[in-house]
Write a protein that binds this ligand. Structure first.
Ligand SMILES: NC(=O)c1ccc[n+]([C@@H]2O[C@H](COP(=O)([O-])OP(=O)(O)OC[C@H]3O[C@@H](n4cnc5c(N)ncnc54)[C@H](OP(=O)(O)O)[C@@H]3O)[C@@H](O)[C@H]2O)c1
Length: 329
């Protein structure tokens, strides 16, 4: 039986082109013990594949000449694994091919009663889990919050917006066409959707989020992330999830790159000391003890006389002070 496969021909430069891939035809394999021959029903296409093509995704690279890898939903044709029978629908990480040999140990049965089996790759699969866990665990939405989400009609963004709506939040989407924005509002129940290709995003954000943004779920990075950050409400949570604006570029954009925060699953929080006056007692007790015990060293950079205050301040702002800048009178 023929098995058509798509392999990566050459690493994409910029936006991928169909000529970066090649269709080849080989012979379908026969399953040995523990494996199954399957017929692919659906292949998941996801933005992270762009990173695999470039060789910079945390799940590893796809080399030129190799099969394009992807999560798939397929039907078992012949099984040599005791837990799977002919006709079962399975999800597995296989690739862009018609008849994969699937390792039963790495496959999971799809329960068609949960929803159409195609949703295993979308809203009931990896993108859906990304939205659910990212919003509920990291975004911590509360009823009444304004939640902003970019790439608002994709499987991640649309689920973020709709789960937020079901938590009682006001939901604002950002998407790249009128068709997408209309769908977000009329079908997915978003309160508003900004078309970033035709609208002044900063002005539109002001209108749509008059009290600021409580949760921003970022799927794109770039200038949209910057614009959303400019209008965060006090105590806002920003979930850095994806970087559509930079996946096709080989150059790192200037400024702190959200990629490192995502890779490290890091938490970045804004600090304003005025909010922590209640910690003063505990702080003074701890630090005075450490000073007394010689466990803490410190530097002071003191100028003498009030007339030297301006120059000493300028030294500080030039970075020339060594330790706590002050003026002794
Ligand atoms: N962190 C994780 O574990 C994780 C897991 C899954 C997905 N993700 C990320 O989540 C994001 C959404 O994934 P998805 O599967 O739901 O994809 P998707 O939304 O179906 O597709 C990506 C969308 O990004 C938007 N976009 C914005 N700027 C773009 C640009 N410069 N070039 C191309 N597209 C641009 C486009 O929609 P508009 O026209 O509306 O802008 C496009 O349709 C991606 O960044 C993905 O990498 C992260």
């Amino acid at each position: 039986m023929d098995n058509r496969q798509i392999v990566l021909k050459t690493r994409s430069q910029g936006v991928p082109s169909p000529t970066d891939f090649e269709l080849i035809t080989g012979e379908a394999g026969r399953p040995v013990e523990g494996k199954m021959l399957c017929k692919t029903l659906y292949i998941s296409l996801d933005p992270y594949l762009r990173g695999k093509i470039s060789g910079r995704h945390l799940s590893g690279a796809i080399q030129p000449g190799e099969l394009m890898l992807s999560e798939t939903v397929s039907q078992v044709i012949e099984s040599q694994h005791p837990d799977f029978s002919e006709g079962d629908i399975v999800a597995a990480f296989t690739g862009w091919e018609e008849y994969p040999i699937v390792d039963g140990a790495l496959a999971r049965k799809v329960d068609p009663s949960l929803g159409p089996v195609s949703t295993t790759l979308g809203i009931l699969g990896m993108p859906g889990l990304t939205a659910y866990a990212g919003l509920m665990r990291l975004g911590e939405p509360k009823a009444g919050d304004t939640v902003l989400v970019s790439a608002a009609t994709g499987p991640v963004g649309s689920m973020v917006g709709q789960i937020a709506r079901l938590q009682g939040c006001r939901v604002v989407g950002v998407a790249g066409s009128e068709v997408k924005c209309t769908w977000a509002v009329e079908q997915a129940g978003f309160d508003a959707c900004i078309n970033y290709k035709t609208q002044d995003v900063r002005e539109a954000l002001k209108q749509a989020c008059p009290d600021g943004i409580d949760v921003y779920f970022d799927n794109v990075g770039g200038d949209l992330l910057q614009a959303a950050m400019e209008q965060l409400a006090i105590g806002a949570r920003v979930v850095l999830c994806g970087l559509m604006a930079q996946y096709n570029s080989d150059d790192m954009p200037p400024g702190p790159n959200p990629a490192w925060t995502i890779k490290a699953r890091a938490t970045v929080r804004g600090m304003v000391v005025y909010d922590h006056e209640d910690a003063r007692g505990e702080f003074e007790k701890a630090v005075s003890g450490w000073i007394r015990d010689g466990q803490i060293q410190y530097l002071e950079d003191s100028a003498d006389g009030i007339e030297n205050a301006p120059e000493h301040f300028c030294r500080l702002m030039r970075g020339e002070n060594v330790g706590k800048a002050m003026v002794a009178l």
